[in-house]
Write a protein that binds this ligand. Sequence first.
Ligand SMILES: Cc1cc2nc3c(=O)[nH]c(=O)nc-3n(C[C@H](O)[C@H](O)[C@H](O)COP(=O)(O)OP(=O)(O)OC[C@H]3O[C@@H](n4cnc5c(N)ncnc54)[C@H](O)[C@@H]3O)c2cc1C
Length: 292
Amino acid sequence: MRIKEIYLQKSPVLSFEIFPPKPDYPLDTVFQTIEGLKDLHPDFISVTYGAGGSSRARTIEIAARVKRDCQIESQAHLTCVGHSPAELDAIISEIGAEGIENILALRGDPPRDQPNYNPEPGYYRDSIELVKHIRSKGGFCIGAAAYPEGHVGTTRWEQDWLRLRDKVEEGVDFLLTQMFFDNRVFFNFQENMLRLGVKIPISPGIMPVLNINQIKRMINLSAASIPAKLLMMFDKYGDNNKDFEKAGIEYAINQIDDLLANGVAGIHLCTMNKVEQTRMIVEDSQLGARYK
Ligand SMILES: Cc1cc2nc3c(=O)[nH]c(=O)nc-3n(C[C@H](O)[C@H](O)[C@H](O)COP(=O)(O)OP(=O)(O)OC[C@H]3O[C@@H](n4cnc5c(N)ncnc54)[C@H](O)[C@@H]3O)c2cc1C
């Protein structure tokens, strides 16, 4: 089923993001994760694409099996950095041949050791070109990434939002956002998107803060701002992993409940492949009421 149909049929739509295990880990570990999350009734599961295509085969295989064997709708992420248009064409055909109908079209991050990265001639520069390519092949529902606080590489939010509008106009069906920790940031973004005429569903991305070092790394990469409440949590529980995780779960629950109370189209939960913590967040937030 195309994800845009799910958004038309229900609200809120719950999606989980999972990542493929590293190449030296058994693939089945991720299916144990999915098994543990299945009865939380996600409306779709989104499978990330390793930087530069490193997890390509696994992303497609997992997304195919989620749909076929687990009977849950799936989405394969796809990045265009480092792939020629011909390679992308082959990958998109493979995704279609596996029965996957939904693609999250992304640019991807330039290689870390190449700060002045320039795509090879003829390669795509941004996700807009990838969206156009997928759309030209037909048959896919296309999602894309959105940045409520602007992409880390941008200096002006408005510029970023205008680019996002251009991307949507090329045929994006729904948006999933990067993490943010202050819901006012999301509401402001949503209002600005409406002002610019973007009316497709936008699911806020929730990244539970479970480990102080991990979250510091992510914040550094994403440039998400830290509200005072979260900063105080860092100070209060930073030395105690267990208490920190507990407070992080509570923070995510409060964020979700406030978003739901304000009528968001969905919640996109980054599970980090963690069953127990994801279960607590879904069951103890208003998301739990969806299936009880
Ligand atoms: C929900 C979500 C899921 C993700 N999943 C993955 C994943 O699975 N694998 C992975 O490697 N990464 C993933 N990412 C990270 C993403 O690949 C990076 O953030 C990347 O740097 C940007 O990708 P994009 O598709 O948003 O890029 P784009 O839409 O191309 O935009 C990137 C930035 O460039 C600007 N821009 C775009 N076009 C132009 C232009 N023509 N001229 C000037 N500026 C321009 C935009 O305004 C924006 O600031 C994900 C991000 C999100 C939010």
